[in-house]
Design a protein around this ligand. Structure first.
Ligand code: IPE
Ligand code: IPE
Ligand code: MG
Length: 257
């Protein structure tokens, strides 16, 4: 993995001072990609793993600290059983195979979602990889699996309600911080940039609370076709934007001085 100072030489157009801290990706289009080539949908998922690897590599090189990848949603459990089990098998195989590479690249793996719904062997492999990479200090790869934002919000509301019931907090004390801290994403900064591939312009139940002020980037590229250059294009687009957080452009200009 190249150190951050090489960003300028490897990616001369990218401004090293404006690298997003957290990039979230809705990896979409595997099925359509496979169908276009006359293959089964699972072939697209397999090819999609290569794009995850590529994305992680460039994110690490650029010094992106957190990369959240939406790999399987709560709603994806409703897909045909054969696709779901093939996806789970692919997950198990990949997590096992990638561990040496994650170690070599100093990547820390975390999961986000309702892990209890995953098959036991997938959970065990994921836990093992999470533990093995826990002390790595490079990019944190957060795999959103069996995840939906509404699921997370429900569990957060339940935890807060319990604390109200116990008298630990009063309803009027519930703030943005209370809610943010009760989500499973509480230890990560909110995404600066959200990328969705495959030409769909929707969020599909991903990080609804957390993306309140994220920059959104949609590309027609199908996920298995997503390359380093596409990731760089997304970062460049992000760097061209002015994040105002409700303020005026003039105020932002003043703050920069
Ligand atoms: C994204 O690709 C991967 C998952 C949701 C698991 P899709 O499988 O949704 O591919 P399309 O959208 O049908 O092309
Ligand atoms: C979103 O993709 C979920 C993941 C990428 C894991 P979907 O393909 O499931 O989303 P919809 O159904 O098109 O909204
Ligand atoms: Mg899809």
């Amino acid at each position: 993995m190249k150190p951050l100072k090489s960003v300028n030489s490897s990616y001369p157009q990218i401004h090293p001072d404006r690298i997003p801290q957290h990039v979230a990706v809705i990896m979409d289009g595997n099925g359509r990609w496979a169908k276009k080539l006359g293959h089964l949908r699972i072939f697209g998922h397999k090819q999609g793993v290569t794009a995850v690897r590529t994305c992680l590599e460039v994110a690490s090189e650029l010094g992106v600290k957190f990369l959240t990848m939406y790999a399987f949603s709560t709603e994806n459990w409703n897909r045909p059983a054969i696709e779901v089990s093939a996806l789970m098998q692919l997950l198990v195989d990949t997590v096992e195979k990638e561990l040496p590479e994650l170690m070599k690249n100093n990547v820390r793996l975390r999961t986000l979602g309702n892990m209890e719904q995953l098959p036991k062997n997938a959970r065990t492999k994921l836990e093992h990889t999470e533990t093995a990479t826990a002390n790595n200090t490079g990019t944190t790869l957060i795999l959103a699996l069996s995840y939906s934002s509404r699921w997370d919000i429900i569990q957060a509301v339940q935890a807060i309600a319990e604390n109200v019931q116990k008298g630990l907090i009063s309803p009027s004390e519930i703030s943005e911080t209370t809610i943010s801290n009760s989500l499973r994403t509480s230890e990560y900064p909110e995404p600066d940039l959200l990328i969705r591939t495959s030409g769909e312009h929707r969020i599909s139940n991903f990080l609804l609370w957390e993306i309140a002020y994220s920059e959104l980037y949609f590309t027609p590229v199908l996920w298995p076709d997503f390359t380093k250059q596409h990731f760089v294009e997304a970062i460049l687009d992000y760097q061209s934007r002015e994040r105002r957080f409700g303020k005026t452009s003039e105020q932002i200009g003043e703050e920069k001085k």
